[in-house]
Design a protein around this ligand. Structure first.
Ligand SMILES: NC(=O)C1=CN([C@@H]2O[C@H](COP(=O)(O)OP(=O)(O)OC[C@H]3O[C@@H](n4cnc5c(N)ncnc54)[C@H](O)[C@@H]3O)[C@@H](O)[C@H]2O)C=CC1
Ligand SMILES: Nc1nc(O)c(N)c(N[C@@H]2O[C@H](COP(=O)(O)O)[C@@H](O)[C@H]2O)n1
Length: 289
């Protein structure tokens, strides 16, 4: 586990306007989020502030291949992701990222003022708990030592019905993960495969589990699916770009449709987009109004 470095002041200044406002613990951020920006679901219930954030190569790849963790970020931008964790209630990843990276998903930004962030794993078939995957995971080690919160694992209703007694037992255990079943729906643009409906999941997390802000780190399936689903669900997009090509066999981030961050109405208005450049990486920050 690498030590973090102090966050460059210029990066902190650049990123603060892209953070959620509604973080309970600490700083009075001078950011542009406000009650009025809140996104609602179809039933007019509020949704959490969503930040989509990941590190990519020059050719829009996030890892060298399936089952491989690839370090792209410089320590400066790695520290930035922990500053982001410090400013969100939860951090969400897909099951392949959990199985490949065995991540810690805790916040190591300010050890004097520990910020508990809730890991959330999108895992329709509950692979995270099979074959001792969870028992031997860093998430479990950290949660059992009180150095991180235990995760919420999002499973399909079908999985829940098939494994009900095991899941009920896990949910009643003291420090184990919380298994949350939700319905899947057929997604037309994705070959009719059954997926979770993002607004439904976000609404449940906000209105039932009181999670006001979620940073979504990946992997590629999650990122591509979210970008393709409805870009308006995303409040902030923060992408680290490392000066490396990973090549065409690497895992690619690319939405199903053309998607532009440019504002066609007023090309001079670039208040919602910032580039920061450090020793190695550049960071694109975009605020979806
Ligand atoms: N460079 C970076 O910043 C990051 C890189 N990664 C890398 O990404 C790779 C993993 O990416 P992927 O293979 O694309 O897997 P992934 O981590 O996105 O997980 C994909 C799986 O999650 C589930 N899932 C995702 N969205 C769903 C939805 N809406 N409904 C139902 N199920 C859903 C499905 O089971 C799907 O097969 C790893 O190599 C990891 O190291 C992961 C996070 C960040
Ligand atoms: N920001 C960033 N840069 C990279 O180069 C990466 N490979 C990742 N990966 C994400 O970070 C998670 C690891 O978190 P811990 O340090 O173990 O807490 C990993 O699972 C990916 O989501 N991120």
């Amino acid at each position: 586990m690498s030590e973090l470095i102090p966050l460059p002041e210029s990066l902190k200044e650049a990123i603060d306007p892209y953070l959620p406002t509604d973080i309970s613990h600490h700083n009075a951020n001078n950011n542009c989020g406000s009650e009025g920006d809140e996104i609602l679901d179809d039933n007019n219930r509020p949704l959490p502030f969503i930040t989509l954030t990941f590190a990519q190569s020059l050719d829009s790849r996030i890892s060298l291949g399936e089952g491989t963790q690839t370090k792209l970020s410089h320590l400066q931008t790695k520290t930035m992701t922990h500053y982001l964790r410090y400013n969100h209630d939860a951090i969400l990843i897909g099951i392949n990222t959990f199985l490949t990276d065995n991540p810690s998903l805790n916040c190591r930004y300010n050890p004097e003022n520990v910020h508990p962030i809730r890991p959330i794993i999108i895992d329709p078939n509950m692979k995270s708990c099979a074959a001792n995957n969870y028992n031997f995971s860093n998430l479990n080690q950290l949660a059992s030592k009180n150095m991180g919160l235990s995760p919420y694992i999002i499973v399909s209703m079908l999985t829940y019905l098939n494994l009900k007694s095991d899941i009920d037992q896990l949910n009643n255990s003291h420090s184990g993960p919380t298994i949350i079943p939700i319905n899947t729906t057929k997604v037309k643009y994705s070959n009719n495969i059954e997926l979770f409906d993002w607004p439904h999941l976000f609404s449940l997390l906000k209105n039932h589990y009181h999670i006001n802000s979620i940073m979504i780190e990946g992997g590629a399936f999650v990122i591509n699916n979210l970008l393709s689903y409805n870009f308006n669900l995303i409040n902030s997009l923060i992408i680290t770009i490392a000066p490396v090509y990973l090549g065409k066999n690497a895992i690619q981030v690319s939405p199903d449709f053309h998607l532009s961050l440019l504002n066609n109405h007023n090309t001079n208005d670039r208040n919602n987009l910032t580039w920061w450049t450090g020793i190695q990486d550049s960071v694109l920050m975009f605020r979806n109004k």
